[in-house]
Ligand binder design. Structure first.
Ligand SMILES: C[S@@+](CC[C@H](N)C(=O)[O-])C[C@H]1O[C@@H](n2cnc3c(N)ncnc32)[C@H](O)[C@@H]1O
Length: 214
């Protein structure tokens, strides 16, 4: 790990031997046993969820992609596969076990894993040298977070996104969709049944500011 607390630069988004050997499912399940309310799910998301979620991202204009609650990095290699060569993926998780695992298994100079809360996203984005993010994907268990935390995180997300930027969530319960509708101008939803549990997918876009009349 570098002195900045971010992941060491590497060469690509593939998992190295340690990642394949340790087994992400075991690491994820141990994380769930230690913090069931914070992790919120016993197994990582399915491939179908990942493909559906990432399909609506404007990859061409994505320079900073932020992921909340990456866990063992189920989405990370798929994000890195789609991200432009000069883009960055900032992954924020409160669980040190998951952050250590991500740092030791994902070897890509565009990848930065940070131990911290999504509520402090603006600070993490600025530390990486950006003002705004283009896309934020949340894997947080929105409905089981401590009281008021989800509201705070979604408001901070709206603030950190550039105009036209998007906020993506996948959840069993509708709380994330409700908060997205309250904060974002344009919202789309879908369902994925082939996931344990089945997920409600929500995309919210931050409205572009209207041109100022001259
Ligand atoms: C359901 S797991 C998501 C795992 C993974 N994204 C997936 O799709 O398989 C939820 C994750 O959110 C993390 N988490 C919970 N509260 C958080 C917060 N306030 N900020 C950042 N991460 C948080 C947990 O540590 C856990 O890794």
């Amino acid at each position: 790990m570098s002195s900045s607390g971010y992941a060491r630069p590497g060469s690509n988004g593939r998992r190295n031997k340690a990642g394949r050997f340790l087994g992400p499912i075991i690491v994820f399940f141990r994380g769930f046993l230690e913090h069931p309310r914070m992790v919120g799910s016993v197994i990582p998301s399915s491939h179908i969820t990942i493909e559906a979620m990432l399909e609506r991202v404007d990859w061409q204009n994505c320079r900073l992609f932020v992921e909340y609650g990456p866990g063992v990095g189920t989405f990370c290699p798929h994000i890195l596969d789609r991200l432009p060569a000069d883009g960055k993926l900032l992954a924020i998780d409160t669980n040190p076990r998951f952050i250590d695992y991500l740092r030791s298994t994902i070897d890509d100079e565009r990848f930065h894993a940070v131990l911290g809360s999504a509520a402090d996203v603006q600070e993490h984005v600025e530390r990486l040298g950006f003002d705004r993010a283009d896309c934020v994907l949340s894997g947080l268990p929105i409905s089981t977070l401590p009281d008021g935390e989800a509201e705070k995180i979604v408001a901070a997300t709206h603030e950190v996104l550039r105009e036209g930027g998007s906020f993506l969530t996948y959840q069993l319960r509708p709380a994330a969709r409700t908060l997205t509708r309250q904060n974002f101008a344009h919202v789309e939803t879908d369902f994925v049944l082939r996931n344990i549990p089945p997920y409600l997918l929500t995309w919210g876009w931050k409205k572009a500011k209207p041109a100022v009349a001259g």
